[in-house]
Design a protein around this ligand. Sequence first.
Ligand code: NAP
Length: 334
Amino acid sequence: MAKIPPGVGPRFPQVVVLFGATGDLAKRKLLPGLFHLSSAGFIPGCRIIGVSLDDLDTDGFRQTARSALGEFFSRKIPDADWEAFSASLEYVPLSAGADALKAAVDRAEQSLGSECRRLHYLSVPPNAALSAVRLLGAAGLVERSRIVMEKPFGTDLASAVTLNAKLHEVFAEEQIYRIDHFLGKEPAQNILAFRFANGLFEPIWNRNFIDHVQIDVPETLGLGKRSGFYEQTGAYRDMVVTHLFQILAFMAMEPPTSLEPVPISEDKNNGFTPVGRLELGKLLHQPPERKMNQQCGIRVRESAGAGCEPSRRSTASTPFGALLETGPAALNLV
Ligand SMILES: NC(=O)c1ccc[n+]([C@@H]2O[C@H](COP(=O)([O-])OP(=O)(O)OC[C@H]3O[C@@H](n4cnc5c(N)ncnc54)[C@H](OP(=O)(O)O)[C@@H]3O)[C@@H](O)[C@H]2O)c1
C-alpha cells in the first residue's frame, strides 16, 4: 500500500451510502474510483453501503463490484486489496426500507469508531433522486452528512426548482454538492488556465477575434444497458444542458472576481445572458450545412461518433418509434 502523506485524505472515517450502486455510473466510475482510493490508502476508514432496486444481498453486491472492477478498473487488482475493499462493502435493497438502511449505517459506524461522517451519493436517474432524499430523511441519516446530486438536476426548470426546494427541506445548502464530472476533466480545467493565465490569448479572447465556437462531444460509447435511462432523460438533458453548457460557461465567462464557489457561479451564469432562451425543437437535429439564425445551436452529428456502436439509436428494449436522442452532440455558437 502506498504511503500517504499526513493530512491527505478525509479527516474523519466515512460511511458512503451509494444509491444506484448497481447502475452504470457506479460500475464504470464510482466503484473503481473508490477501490483505487482504498487500495492507495487514501480512505483507510471507509465503508460503502450500496442501495439499489436490485434484490441482492451483500455477497451478491460484492460479486457485482468485483466484476465491475474486472471490466472497468484499468490496473491489476491485487487479491489483498480486493479482500480489504470487499470487506468494506455492504448492500441494502431499496425495498428493505429506511430502518434497514439506518441499521446498516449504524453497524458501519460502530465498526469505524466515533466521529464518522456520512457521504450520500445519488447515482440514480433524476426522477428517483427525491425518493432517495426522502428515504435518507426518514432514516435519520442527515446529520453529519453531505449529499452528492448527479446531473441532470431535475428534468426541466420547474422540476429542478421543485427538486431544489424539496432537497432543502431535508438537507442544508452547505451539505449539497451538485456534481458535473466534466468539470473535473483536465481538458475542461485547462480552458480556464488557457484563457486566464495566458498573456498571448487572453487579450484576443473576444468577439472581435473569434468567429464562432464549436464544442464537440464525439462519444464512442453505445447505449449498453442504459436505454431505460435515455428513454427518460435523452441526450439533450444528459449531455447538452449539463456537460456542454459547463464547457460553454468556461468559454464565455469573464474572469471571476475570486476563486470562490459563489463568484465563479455568478460569472458563469452571466456568460449565458447573451445566449438567450434556447428552444429545443428548433435547435436539435439541424443539418450540419444549415446556417443557424440563433446565436447558439445544437445539433446531433452522425460523423462525430465515427466508430460509435449502432446500438446508440435503438436496442432490444427500446421500442421502435421511441427514437432516442443518443447521438454525439455538438454545440455551435455563431
Ligand atoms: N453512466 C455514466 O457514465 C454517467 C456519467 C455522469 C453522470 N451520470 C449520472 O448518474 C446518474 C445515474 O446514471 P447511470 O448511468 O448509472 O444510470 P443507470 O445505469 O440507469 O443506473 C441507475 C441505478 O439506479 C437504480 N435506481 C433507480 N431508482 C432508484 C431508487 N429510487 N433508489 C435507488 N436506486 C435506484 C437503478 O436500479 P435498476 O437498474 O434496477 O433500475 C440503477 O442501478 C444519472 O443521473 C446520470 O445522469 C452517469
